[in-house]
Design a protein around this ligand. Structure first.
Ligand SMILES: CC(C)C[C@H](N)C(=O)N[C@H](CCOc1cc(O)cc2c1C(=O)N[C@@H]2C)C(=O)O
Ligand SMILES: [Mg+2]
Length: 327
């Protein structure tokens, strides 16, 4: 019996509205791939992202175009050259990992040499808003170990100070999502350092971030929109201290593992991040993140409804996936 690929578009409601510098969102729109082969079934999920020129339709079309290769049994290694990095390859690659685990009876964790995957402390995202609204959100989640605070305007001083005052014990990451003007960069970085912020993510627009190499960076600065795959790393070494690896950017776990190894060799601190997706998208990332410096895998926490079964989240922890979900 041949390998069969099923592709679905699914929508999961977000609890409330999620806002950053680029806009707001009420639904998580995802694509799910199911691969069936001789009774075994593997699943993978991806989240198309407009910022990277992806739509549900374009990603669906990319997977459809690769269907003949996928159903003919392409390997994960060959998939790396058959499809470009991005969401479409991610869904297929993760479905292949899951299928291999189900076919061999060996979990993905075990195949990666992780004998006993640990629960990880994940960031929780505070959406962009007026300083007092963000402070109220931060106060509500002040007991969490790590908050990821969305900023990205010309003047974020009051936001940074308000959030820090509302959550004095939490470690804080700021994510500007490319939203800081060059003129505000050093001032914002200094305010963040003074507030004890651990790291600032993507302050300047991708491709227009050379200024970062010319200034003194008083805290870790992390590339997100500027870095997608291994080939991007070398040119970023002068301007970033850390990189945010996401499966939807790298195009799956296979490339993300290689990217992490090369990033560590260069000396980058590692963050493992996510898009607004379900537990199926996050499950492979939990394994990738086992020894990461920063873990930002809170996508399912923003959903009003997740997959069943989903990942287990308790307090600030996200637990490794059970095989019934993925891997
Ligand atoms: C649930 C969080 C968004 C997940 C993570 N903590 C995070 O901050 N990820 C973003 C990238 C994903 O952000 C998206 C996705 C999307 O489809 C639409 C939007 C955003 C966003 O940030 N703003 C718009 C509304 C990151 O690390 O940058
Ligand atoms: Mg980011």
């Amino acid at each position: 019996m041949p390998r069969i690929l099923d592709i679905q578009m699914n929508s999961f409601p977000i609890a409330g509205t999620f806002t950053i510098a680029r806009g707001a969102k009420t639904q998580a729109e995802v694509i799910t791939c199911a691969l069936t082969d001789e009774g075994a079934e593997g699943h993978g999920e991806c989240v198309p992202y407009r910022r990277y020129g992806e739509t549900m339709q374009s990603v669906l079309a990319q997977i459809e175009a690769a269907r003949p290769l996928i159903e003919a049994g392409i390997s994960r290694r060959d998939l790396l050259s058959a499809m470009p990095p991005g969401a479409a390859r991610n869904a297929v690659d993760c479905a292949l990992w899951d299928l291999e685990a189900k076919q061999t009876g060996q979990s993905v964790a075990s195949r990666l040499g992780i004998a006993d995957p640990r629960p990880l402390t994940t960031a929780y995202t505070i959406s962009l808003g007026e300083p007092e609204v963000m402070a109220a959100q931060a106060r509500e989640h002040a007991g969490r170990a790590l908050l990821k605070v969305k900023v990205g305007t010309g003047d974020d001083e009051s936001r940074i100070r308000a959030v820090r005052a509302a959550a004095p014990e939490a470690a804080i990451i700021l994510d500007a999502n490319e939203g800081w003007p060059e003129a505000a960069l050093e001032r914002h970085l200094n305010i963040a350092a003074e507030a004890g912020v651990a790291l600032v993510e993507q302050p300047l627009p991708a491709g227009r971030d050379a200024l970062l190499a010319e200034i003194r960076r008083p805290l870790l600065v992390c590339a997100d929109e500027s870095v997608h795959h291994t080939g991007d790393l070398a040119s970023l070494a002068d301007r970033y201290d850390a990189i945010n690896i996401k499966l939807d950017k790298s195009g799956g776990l296979t490339e993300a593992l290689a990217m992490k190894t090369e990033a560590e060799r260069i000396g980058f601190a590692i963050m493992i991040g996510c898009m607004v997706g379900t537990s199926l998208a996050i499950a492979p990332a939990v394994l990738l993140a086992q020894n990461a410096d920063f873990v930002d895998l809170d996508g399912p926490l923003l959903l009003a409804r997740d997959r069943e079964p989903g990942l287990r989240y308790a307090a600030s922890l996200v637990f490794p996936p059970e095989g019934s979900l993925w891997g």
